[in-house]
Ligand binder design. Structure first.
Ligand SMILES: Cc1ncc(COP(=O)(O)O)c(C=O)c1O
Length: 379
């Protein structure tokens, strides 16, 4: 089955009760049993729910995995991955990553005795310098949020295989429409399904997808034992979102390219971060591992500071000033004070997240309206 068919049919069956084409929202916490243990595969909705199961099967299908797991948020999904580890274990993580992931690692899991090494992974060889006998996980986000760095998944997978370490990839920015990390050697794919998979800014949800059945068992155990699951209504919404992922992503990519090029040629713009540019440091890797460059763009204007960046994002009309990304509507954000405020200033500035940086999630509106909006806001 090709990707554009998988988004609609992958892992899906018509509902056995009445043939409903979309899975009903099974708004139930529990299931009748004829005798203790005598049930139809579902006994309690923290453990399993038919609507969530349909979504989890869709996750597995679109990422070319075998097992999908849905969580109450992207961070709940990351939390489940780190719970595979024990005190004394070490993680090598990219240093340019979503601020909430950094906060979870440093403010929660470091207190449980897990050590994190945050490093730039643009040069994959550097990763091996941080691997020792305690290293159990490599955490990769690519493209990175918000600097749009590209990390070579295949090269990092070779290191993880050599040392028998798990490799997890946060595929939120690219989505499986553009990049399929399991095919490139990753063990775990993670999503903030809140973003492109849901696609309509109406749900908070997380996803994990794996191929290996032993790893899946461990993660299903954590999902049930820790209980950070999503409800059936949200499962239905994300499943509906996935059905248009391919056509939304096509337009996100087209609009993203047009805006990246517009900004690059703008006399008031200092720098545009977008992996589709030939002069992007890892453009060749992006070309090899992605099927397009997406709709996420960061930029700084010439001579700008905190206040002038804030003024631009406040002046935008079609780009709503808001946290999050990946919905049909365009959003603008100021990472230093919003998504990445939880990273100390000196740490975030090392990776380029300066006070003047603006991040755009380019939506699927008419491109002329979006460019006109940027024009009036930048001046
Ligand atoms: C790349 C990335 N990973 C993870 C998350 C966390 O996901 P959630 O907000 O669904 O918990 C986000 C949220 O912005 C994100 O952008």
């Amino acid at each position: 089955m090709k990707f554009n068919t998988k988004t609609i049919h992958g892992g899906q069956k018509h509902d056995p009760a009445y043939g409903a084409v979309m899975p009903p929202i099974y708004q139930t916490s529990t299931y009748a049993q004829t005798t203790p243990g005598g049930h139809k595969g579902f006994e309690y909705s923290r453990t399993h729910n038919p609507t969530r199961k349909a979504l989890e099967d869709s996750f597995a299908s679109i990422e070319n995995g075998k097992f999908g797991l849905a969580f109450g948020s992207g961070l709940a999904a990351i939390d489940a991955v780190i719970k595979l580890l024990k005190p004394g274990d070490e993680v090598v993580s990219t240093n340019d990553l979503y601020g909430g992931t950094y906060r979870l690692f440093t403010k929660i899991f470091e207190d449980f005795g897990i050590k994190f090494h945050f490093i730039g992974m643009e040069n994959a060889d550097k990763v091996e310098d941080y691997v020792n006998e305690n290293t159990k996980l490599i955490w990769v986000e690519t493209p990175t949020n918000p600097m749009m760095n590209i990390i070579d998944i295949k090269a990092i997978a070779a290191i993880s295989k050599k040392h028998n370490i798990l490799l997890a990839v946060d595929n939120t920015f690219a989505t499986p429409y553009l990049q399929r990390p399991l095919d490139l050697g990753a063990d775990i794919v993670m999503h903030s399904a809140t973003k492109y998979l849901g696609g309509h800014s109406d749900v908070v949800m997380g996803a994990l997808i794996v191929k290996d059945s032993t790893l899946a068992e461990r993660l299903y155990f954590i999902q049930n034992a820790s209980g950070a699951v999503c409800g059936p209504q949200d499962s239905f919404l994300v499943l509906r979102g996935i059905k248009t992922l391919h056509i939304r992503m096509q337009r996100h990519c087209e609009n993203g390219e047009a805006i990246a090029k517009y900004l690059k040629n703008h006399p008031k713009i200092e720098k545009v971060y977008w992996p589709g540019f030939e002069d992007h440091p890892n453009h060749e890797i992006a070309k090899a591992q992605m099927d397009g460059f997406g709709g996420m763009i960061s930029f700084v204007t010439k001579g700008s500071d905190y206040d002038s960046a804030i003024k631009i994002v406040e002046n935008l009309k079609f780009f709503t000033l808001a946290e999050s990304l990946g919905g049909v509507e365009s959003l603008a954000g100021h990472p230093a004070s919003m998504t990445h405020a939880s990273i100390p200033k000196e740490e975030r500035e090392k990776t380029g997240v300066v006070d003047s940086l603006i991040r755009l999630s380019v939506g699927i509106e008419d491109i002329n309206d979006l460019i006109a909006d940027l024009e009036q806001a930048i001046g």
